[in-house]
Design a protein around this ligand. Structure first.
Ligand code: C2E
Ligand code: MG
Ligand code: MG
Ligand code: MG
Length: 287
């Protein structure tokens, strides 16, 4: 194993590899207890209409507050949760928490929930229907985000799951569009309600003509298939100007807001409500 690293780096790499795998094993044990110990938290990131700037919804993003290590990034623990199967219970917690939180908002914005491939094999439509009933969230306010890798394992089954979800009335978005290897044929078969262009393309639109071309082509594709496109990772006014110009439906990124704890989102929604009430009042006065 060490030999495959080659170039005489055997001695320097071997101990660090052991260290890394030891840390991973420890983390896996901690991850197993995280749910019962209440260490998970959801943050929510705003999604806006590109033209009007109005809020359309929020994406729920999982956070793990490790008692010793502090915040562990999702990209460090979600793959581990998938490998160990823990993602099924964790994903269920995410679904319940996101729906209950959205049901408590003072305005009926949508909430988008990321779903891991393995959850598709654990009665996802049944769980979604139950959670909607328990929380009282209207089905059209829930969006399920699936990645292409989540549906390639068993496309026939994934299609059935997706149709069952749509029959309940929830919408389904394709996450990280463009990063898989058969994004186009997937769109042909699966009735997605939304395409989320991966942030790696958005963040390179100014520096890479290829990235810009891919974003433009995706927007064109969305238009011809009649599927709205959301751009993720919008960080600058330049990104936004480009997306406006090219007719992108909705946007999400640090320019509009970082993922925030639910208390901050509650305030944001309440303030937006107040602003909209003032706007409506002024409009009535001026009429
Ligand atoms: P994702 O679903 O594609 O989520 C978007 C990621 O981009 C989030 O990272 C978000 O914080 C980040 N992001 C948003 N706007 C910007 C921006 O303007 N600039 C930059 N640099 N980044 C931005 P996060 O929260 O670290 O999550 C990473 C990934 O972990 C997610 O990617 C998703 O695949 C996975 N994930 C997060 N929560 C869950 C969950 O509840 N269940 C599952 N199965 N996966 C999750
Ligand atoms: Mg997502
Ligand atoms: Mg994404
Ligand atoms: Mg992504």
């Amino acid at each position: 194993r060490a030999k495959s690293l080659g170039q005489g780096k055997i001695c320097t790499y071997e101990p660090s590899m052991d260290e890394a795998s030891r840390r991973r094993a420890e983390l896996a044990i901690d991850l197993k207890r995280a749910l019962v110990r209440n260490e998970f938290e959801l943050h929510y990131q705003v999604q806006n209409d590109t033209q009007s700037g109005e809020i359309i919804g929020f994406e729920a993003l999982l956070r793990w507050n490790h008692p010793v290590k502090g915040r562990v990034p999702p990209n460090d623990f979600i793959p581990m949760a998938e490998q160990t199967g823990l993602i099924v219970d964790i994903g269920d917690w995410v679904l319940r928490t996101a729906c209950a939180t959205a049901a408590s908002w003072s305005q009926p914005f949508k909430v988008a929930v990321n779903v891991a491939p393995m959850q598709l094999n654990h009665d996802l439509p049944k769980r979604v229907a139950e959670v909607l009933r328990e929380t009282g969230l209207a089905p059209e306010r829930l969006e399920i985000e699936l990645t292409e890798t989540g549906i390639i394992a068993d496309r026939q089954h994934a299609l059935q799951v997706m149709q069952a979800l749509k029959a309940i009335g929830v919408t389904v978005a394709m996450d990280d569009f463009g990063t898989g290897y058969s994004s186009l044929s997937t769109l042909q078969v699966f009735p997605f309600d939304k395409i989320k262009v991966d942030k790696s393309f958005i963040q390179s639109v100014e520096t890479s003509v290829h990235a810009a071309a891919i974003v433009k082509a995706t927007l064109l594709l969305g238009r011809s298939l009649n599927i709205p496109v959301l751009a993720e990772g919008v960080e600058t006014e330049q990104h936004l100007a480009f997306l406006r110009e090219e007719g992108c439906s909705s946007v999400q990124g640090f320019l509009f807001g970082k993922p925030l704890p639910q208390e901050a989102i509650h305030r944001m929604i309440r303030d937006v409500g107040a602003t909209q009430a003032v706007v409506a009042e002024v409009a009535v006065k001026n009429a």
